[in-house]
Design a binder for this molecule. Structure first.
Ligand SMILES: [Mg+2]
Length: 283
């Protein structure tokens, strides 16, 4: 049974939960502002959307008049940075917008990593939600995979001198991004396109539902003091389930009551029309 009195922190999804495209979902945002100011709850903002940098998300949140600091923004770009550091990669083909590339380059400046396409030296292909995606970027990703990972003499006669297989990761699994004009393509469809082309598949997919992004929240609060709030069962509910914490399902985004009726997994801890209704369930 969901008990609001025990909660001290909410990890909030943004698109479909606090915003619909650029527009704030007013009652949900009012609830967050009220309780940020009262100090009753601490809020974190969890987004799988890697088309934007953390500072752009801060602007988005603060643009809705919600007081916010950078440590409240959780994005899989943080996980990608940690992954590149952990693996010690020095040459990454980063498929991203120019702004995200500049952000990652700055974050990783001390490692000396290059984030440019270089078929002889690339060790990793990293796919983000790139709203500047072009046919050339996709073709390079598949060519790189063909020249390095496909057995010689099969479908790719041209090989790189570097015979080491190239790693491939994606920042998140979302099939689509909700917008005020309905769903638009996100990484999920791009991953399917790549897989359909030459069977290339990522070794890791970061972001929700991987619970690694919740580490900063779990360092500060006990699991029973936290709830994830979101509109998607396959990402938001999954990350809550994977971290063993409550899930507040809002109906202001992708999931409908019909989806919930069809859903075969454990039900959400609570289902509300909009986030603010956690205070008044059933109204
Ligand atoms: Mg969402």
């Amino acid at each position: 049974m969901f008990d609001l009195k025990k909660k001290k922190a909410f990890v909030c999804d943004l698109d479909g939960t606090l915003f619909m495209g650029p527009n704030p979902i007013a009652p949900a945002v009012d609830f967050v502002i009220r309780h940020t100011n009262s100090g009753r709850f601490r809020f974190f903002y969890l987004t799988n959307n890697t088309s934007k940098c953390p500072d752009e998300y801060m602007k988005k949140v603060s643009g809705a008049a919600i007081p916010v600091t950078e440590d409240q923004i959780l994005t899989p770009l943080i996980t990608l940075e940690a992954y590149i550091r952990e693996k010690g990669y020095k040459s990454v083909y980063l498929i991203s917008s120019e702004r995200v590339k500049a952000h990652m380059s700055e974050r990783l400046a001390d490692t000396g990593v290059s984030l440019d396409y270089d078929p002889e030296s690339n060790e990793l292909i990293a796919l983000t939600y790139d709203k500047e995606l072009t046919y050339d970027k996709l073709a390079r990703a598949t060519e790189l995979w063909n020249m390095r990972n496909v057995p010689p003499g099969t479908m790719c006669p041209v090989r790189t001198k570097n015979r080491a297989p190239v790693d491939f990761v994606a920042t998140h699994p979302d099939n689509c991004c909700p917008s005020e004009r309905g769903p638009i393509p996100d990484i999920g469809g791009i991953l399917k396109l790549l897989e359909t082309t030459n069977r290339m598949k990522p070794s890791h997919i970061f972001g929700k539902p991987s619970p690694t992004l919740l580490a900063p929240v779990l360092a500060e609060f006990a699991p029973e003091e936290i709830a994830v709030v979101g509109d998607r069962l396959y990402t938001d509910k999954a990350i809550a389930d994977n971290a063993g914490i409550d899930f507040v399902c809002v109906l202001s985004g992708e999931t409908t009551r019909e989806d919930l009726a069809r859903y075969s997994g454990a039900p959400p801890s609570i289902v509300v029309e909009t986030f603010d209704k956690v205070e008044l369930p059933g109204k």
